[in-house]
Design a protein around this ligand. Structure first.
Ligand SMILES: [Ca+2]
Length: 308
């Protein structure tokens, strides 16, 4: 990541890479050097379209006086045709990014992607697409919010990009943040909506690549309680869920698993805080994974998709 950018004569200081920030290829710009310093500006261009990213104070009686929002102005042939205010408000420095990506086929110009990063130790990156329709109106569609890095890739070769994000359902569900493995969640823009296509056939090559990487993990990584759920899930996407499940049952060492002491309420009608001790029960690591997979609708793929 570049450390200093100079655009339109204004200095834009990009954020240094730290654990707290997304480490993908997209640059994030610091819109405010501090609560009082000048707002920075970033511009991208495509044909006769120019997009300017800047920032300003939040005009709300409920907002902190130091809070800011990103402001995105779109110009066609030097005439401003649209303005978007970021969903999130943030104090300095405030990390944002803009880029062009071609996501949909039913218009003439690429989509404008606004990336907002919340800051903080973990979470959250939010991507919003600004789509220009053939009647020249603009639609704003929130594509995804996730923790960490995502990337655009044309996974099916149709010329339009899909968004790959880490699947946060696997984050800190079975292990610490650092030890959580997350398979890809894949999102496609279809008929104006962000659609999850993770389990569709066109996503297989992505899952296979992820699985190849997992398979190169060493023995110590495989001992992580965060490893097996991702391994089983991605195998389920590929039609080998049952084999992966069996492999986990034969391989995992109960004594190594932090979630071996997970406690549930055996009465599903009761929330855990209202559950009497007599109905509480410790469950094993496999039981825990099974319950969660049932909840996210993936258990059937584990049970019945043997891939044979
Ligand atoms: Ca595509």
């Amino acid at each position: 990541m570049k450390t200093v950018l100079a655009v339109l004569g204004l200095s834009i200081i990009a954020s240094p890479i730290t654990q707290a920030q997304p480490d993908d290829d997209r640059e994030l710009w610091q819109l405010w050097h501090s609560d009082t310093e000048q707002v920075s500006l970033k511009t991208i261009e495509h044909d006769n379209m120019r997009v300017e990213l800047s920032g300003g104070p939040v005009s709300s009686t409920f907002a902190d006086e130091n809070s800011r929002r990103a402001v995105l102005d779109i110009f066609i042939d030097e005439e401003r045709v649209h303005r978007v205010i970021s969903k999130s408000q943030t104090k300095a420095p405030g990390y944002f990014s803009i880029e062009f990506q071609d996501l949909v086929a039913d218009n003439q110009s690429p989509e404008i992607i606004l990336t907002e990063y919340s800051g903080g130790a973990h979470c959250c990156t939010t991507l919003t697409a600004l789509i220009r329709s053939t009647d020249k109106n603009w639609r704003k569609v929130e594509i995804a919010t996730f923790d960490g890095s995502g990337k655009f890739e044309d996974i099916d070769g149709d010329g339009y990009q899909e968004l790959l994000t880490p699947d946060d359902r696997f984050l800190q569900a079975y292990a610490s943040y650092a030890c959580s493995y997350r398979p890809w969640k894949i999102i496609s823009m279809q008929t104006g909506k962000a659609v999850d296509i993770t389990r569709r056939p066109e996503a297989r090559s992505i899952h296979q690549s992820y699985l190849d990487g997992l398979s190169n993990s060493d023995g110590e990584e495989r001992c992580s309680s965060g490893y097996w759920p991702a391994y089983i899930a991605v195998n389920a996407y590929l039609g080998h869920g049952h084999e992966a499940w069996t492999e986990m049952l034969e391989s995992y060492q109960p004594k190594d698993y932090a979630f071996r002491d997970r406690v549930i309420c055996t009465d599903p009608t009761l929330s855990f805080p209202k559950c009497p001790d007599s109905l509480k029960r410790s469950i094993t690591y496999p039981e825990s994974v099974e319950r969660d997979f049932e909840e996210i609708g993936l258990w059937d793929a584990v049970l019945f998709n043997s891939g044979k």
